[in-house]
Design a protein around this ligand. Structure first.
Ligand SMILES: [Zn+2]
Length: 489
């Protein structure tokens, strides 16, 4: 996410939507073809993919937000058939969740929104009793360890965001499903909030595959993660089918309904890129046309882009979020800057393909995305990255004092600058310690080795020590857990 509002006009880029600033008038490449017409292909088949093994995970209870997610469920595939009625602001949905039980239990525990009314629930074709208390959905059906189940829910209502555990201004509207004054919709749901619009095991350790069928009155359309596999008009409604072929954590899932146009672009290496934005505005607003160059720049440092496609959907908010394969950006000048495009694209290596297994390790996402953003900004400004880090160090101690150490932050201040800047400084220190060759090998090899997986800090830091042959326990403890900033070389 990007983070807005750094000290003294500094740029904070965070996961959810911390903003990065830094006078980046990056050259915008001219957009290529604009496809405004409606593709004509048959509606997608929403049957789950045959091989769900890629979506098997070691689920866990979160150490920071234990009330969300349940390790009993290992979600494998979500099929979300969603119809949006703008005038009524009503969502009507059929959800099919295929999951594996990791233990024996009397019922299925999921996260869900009590504002939505469930019309029916069944498990493997058998109707099941259910109840929602707070954000806990319980479906009465016994579970046996290791078995796979198919839960089908039909529900409807007007979703609203849930309170966010953050002090950031761009989170003030809450997390989850948001509705604009024009009845358009968008989502930002880090560290949780997917539950506001579908029944989900809402925890980053549980990645799953997704198919979406999105229906809305034409000419509006629905945008989601993955690849648009069909787009039709049926009875005055546009119906878009999206398929996400790589498993995603729930915080990286997005759906937006609105009056969109889209533009097709491509990176030099051939990654297909789509920019979805307001039909009445510029086809590639702000610096969104920089996306191909951002991917090219990142591939030179990090290796091949880890997914089949990349995209940006521009929505009416103040934030930016690295939703998997389809970045969600607010329509402010900062959110649409090239620095934010680079930052959110960097998360596809650090956050999206390898994802923290616990929210105490969100620094794994933001520290590296911020460091890469810092490298890019330094390059744009013609200065050494070490000097950029000196600039950031001038305010890092205050962020750490305000919101806690990056690896042990205050749970009520999720997404503050402390998880961004301190870990970025840490990576520069490690770079100076092990040298460029070893450092950049680490940057390339970790996401490639952990593709479509999750990891916690012990796994990551052990791997770094083994790969570099360095004893780094006190180094990492100081940067991640101390309340004061370690000495910099
Ligand atoms: Zn970020």
């Amino acid at each position: 996410m990007t983070r807005a509002a750094g000290p003294a006009g500094a740029v904070l880029a965070c996961c959810l939507a911390l903003a990065a600033c830094g006078g980046t008038d990056a050259p915008a490449s001219p957009g290529t073809g604009w496809s405004g017409g409606e593709p004509t292909s048959s509606p997608s088949n929403s049957a789950p993919p045959g091989d769900l093994a890629i979506a098997r995970n070691e689920t866990r209870e979160d150490s920071v937000y234990p009330a969300y997610g349940d390790p009993l469920v290992d979600a494998l595939h979500y099929d979300l058939d969603l119809a949006w009625s703008p005038e009524e602001e009503r969502l009507t949905a059929t959800e099919t969740l295929t999951f594996r039980a990791t233990g024996d239990a009397a019922a299925i525990p999921l996260d869900f929104n009590e504002q939505l009314a469930i019309a029916s629930a069944s498990v493997d074709g058998t109707p099941a009793a259910h109840r929602v208390e707070g954000h806990d959905l319980t479906v009465e059906h016994p579970l046996e360890e290791g078995r796979q189940y198919e839960l089908v829910l039909e529900y409807a209502g007007t979703p609203a965001p849930a309170p966010s555990p953050s002090q950031r201004a761009d989170f003030a509207q809450g997390v989850g499903w948001s509705i604009t004054p024009e009845h358009e919709t968008w989502t930002l749901q880090e560290p949780y909030g997917a539950f506001t619009w579908y029944a989900v095991n809402d925890h980053p350790s549980d990645k799953a595959l997704y198919d979406f069928t999105l229906s809305v009155p034409a000419p509006w359309s629905g945008v989601a993660n993955g690849v648009l596999t069909s787009s039709t008009i049926e009875g005055g409604r546009s119906v878009n089918a999206w398929h996400l072929a790589e498993p995603a954590s729930s915080y990286l899932v997005t759906v937006a309904f609105g009056d969109f146009q889209h533009t097709d672009l491509e990176s030099a290496s051939g990654v297909p890129i789509q920019i979805w934005t307001d039909a009445d505005g510029e086809p590639t607003p702000g610096d969104t046309a920089y996306a191909p160059e951002a991917i090219d720049w990142l591939e030179r440092i990090l290796g091949p882009y880890p997914f089949d496609s990349f995209g940006i959907v521009v929505v009416d908010n103040d934030s930016g979020m690295e939703t998997q394969t389809m970045v969600t950006l607010g329509d402010s000048a900062y959110s649409l800057s090239a620095a934010v495009v680079v930052h959110e694209a960097a998360h596809h290596w650090y956050g999206d393909t390898v994802t923290p297994a616990d929210w105490s390790d969100v620094w794994m996402n933001e520290g590296m995305a911020m460091y890469l953003q810092g490298m890019w900004e330094a390059e744009q400004e013609g200065i050494a990255v070490a000097r950029k880090m000196d600039e950031w160090a001038s305010f890092e101690a205050d962020l750490r004092a305000q919101s806690g150490p990056p690896g042990a932050f205050d749970p009520a201040q999720f997404g503050d600058g402390n998880i961004y800047y301190g870990p970025a400084l840490m990576w520069q220190e490690l770079r100076e310690r092990v040298g460029d060759a070893a450092f950049f090998a680490l940057l390339r090899e970790w996401p490639a080795a952990q593709a479509n997986d999750t990891a916690d800090r012990r796994e990551y830091l052990d791997w770094i020590e083994q790969t570099t042959g360095e004893e780094l326990t006190s180094f990492f403890d100081g940067w991640l857990l101390d309340r004061t900033t370690p000495d910099r070389d």
